[in-house]
Design a protein around this ligand. Structure first.
Ligand SMILES: Nc1ncnc2c1ncn2[C@@H]1O[C@H](COP(=O)(O)OP(=O)(O)OP(=O)(O)O)[C@@H](O)[C@H]1O
Ligand SMILES: [Mg+2]
Length: 281
C-alpha cells in the first residue's frame, strides 16, 4: 500500500507536467480527467460528479459556478485533496494525487494549497497573528522550525492583506471583511501554489465583497493561481474564466468578457457615497 503510494509521488516528481500531452504552453497546476464522485446512501447512488475534465494553468483565476447541488463543493474538496474521487485521475502541479495515502495528502495540502471558506473558520480565542501562524506550526515536516521565522512569516502575510495594524486583535474585534482577510493571510502564509475558496464572499455585504475581490485580484496579479466557488455573477466578473457546473458536469467554460477591476470599483463607490470624514463632521 505504502510502496505504491510512494511510487506515485516519485513518478509524479519526475513526470512531465503534461501527462496527456497537450502542449508545453504554461504549466498545468491542475489536471483532472474523468473525475467522478459517487455517494452511496443506502441503496441509492448519488452521482455528485460525472466525469469532469479540467485543466488549470499557472496564473489563472477561475470562478466555479452552478446552482445548489451541482457539485461545486464536491469538486473543490477533491481538488483540495480533502476527498478522493471515485474514479478518474488528478495531477496537482505535475504530481499524481489519486491513490495517495492520507498522510501524503496532508503533506501535499500543506505544501501546495491554501483554503478560504465562507465562514472564515478562525479560532475565536486567538489573535489574528496566532491564527495565521497555525499552518506553519502544523507542518508535519517541520519546514519552519524556528519560532521567530514563523512569527515573521505570519506578520508578513497579515501585512500583505492590509492588516498590519490589527495583528493582536481577536476575530470578535474585527469586521467580517477583516476576518476574511485574516483567513486569506492564513491561506497564504505557507506560500501555496493554489488558493481554493468556497463562497469566500457569501457572508459579506456588497462593499466588503468588492474589497475581498480587490485583494484576490492583487494576489492573482502577483502570480497566485486561484479557484473561487461563487453563486454571485458579480463576483465571477472579477475572475478571468468561468466554469459552470450542472448535475455534476461542466456545461460551460469560457473566459470572462469585460472583466471588472475591483480596485477601480471601490474607488467609484467611495466617490459616490459620503466619506467617513463627512460623517464624522
Ligand atoms: N457527503 C455526502 N453524502 C451524500 N451526498 C452528498 C454528500 N455531499 C454532497 N452530496 C450530494 O452531491 C451533490 C453535490 O453536492 P455539492 O455539495 O457538491 O453541491 P454544491 O454545488 O456545492 O451546492 P451548494 O451551492 O448548495 O453548496 C448533491 O446532490 C449533494 O446532495
Ligand atoms: Mg457547496
Amino acid at each position: 500500500m505504502n510502496a505504491t503510494a510512494d511510487q506515485t509521488i516519485m513518478s509524479g516528481a519526475h513526470q512531465a507536467p503534461s501527462p496527456r500531452g497537450d502542449g508545453a504552453a504554461g504549466a498545468s497546476v491542475i489536471q483532472i480527467a474523468g473525475v467522478t464522485k459517487v455517494y452511496t446512501m443506502g441503496n441509492n447512488k448519488v452521482f455528485a460528479l460525472h466525469g469532469i475534465d479540467l485543466t488549470v494553468k499557472s496564473g489563472e483565476m477561475i470562478a466555479i459556478m452552478g446552482s445548489s447541488g451541482s457539485g461545486k463543493s464536491t469538486l473543490m474538496n477533491i481538488l483540495g485533496c480533502l476527498d478522493a474521487p471515485t474514479d478518474g485521475s488528478y495531477h496537482l502541479d505535475g504530481i499524481r494525487v489519486d491513490g495517495m495515502s492520507r498522510n501524503q495528502l496532508a503533506d501535499l495540502r500543506n505544501h501546495k494549497l491554501g483554503f478560504v471558506f465562507q465562514g472564515f473558520n478562525l479560532l475565536a480565542r486567538t489573535s489574528a497573528l496566532d491564527n495565521v501562524e497555525l499552518p506553519l506550526l502544523y507542518d508535519r515536516e517541520g519546514r519552519w522550525k524556528d519560532g521567530r521565522t514563523m512569527r515573521r512569516m505570519a506578520e508578513a502575510a497579515l501585512e500583505r492583506v492590509g492588516l498590519g495594524e490589527r495583528m493582536d486583535h481577536h476575530p470578535s474585534e474585527l469586521s467580517g471583511g477583516q476576518q476574511q482577510r485574516v483567513a486569506i493571510a492564513r491561506a497564504l502564509v505557507t506560500e501555496p501554489t493554489l488558493l481554493l475558496a468556497d463562497e469566500p464572499t457569501g457572508n459579506l455585504d456588497s462593499h466588503t465583497t468588492v474589497e475581498v475581490m480587490a485583494l484576490f485580484q492583487e494576489l492573482n496579479d502577483a502570480g497566485i493561481t486561484m479557484l473561487i466557488v461563487t453563486h454571485e455573477p458579480e463576483v465571477a466578473q472579477y475572475t478571468r474564466r468561468i466554469v459552470e457546473l450542472r448535475d455534476g458536469r461542466v456545461i460551460r467554460d469560457h473566459p470572462v468578457e469585460g472583466r471588472r477591476n475591483a480596485a477601480a470599483d471601490i474607488k467609484k463607490m467611495l466617490e459616490t457615497t459620503p466619506t467617513e470624514q463627512e460623517d464624522a463632521a
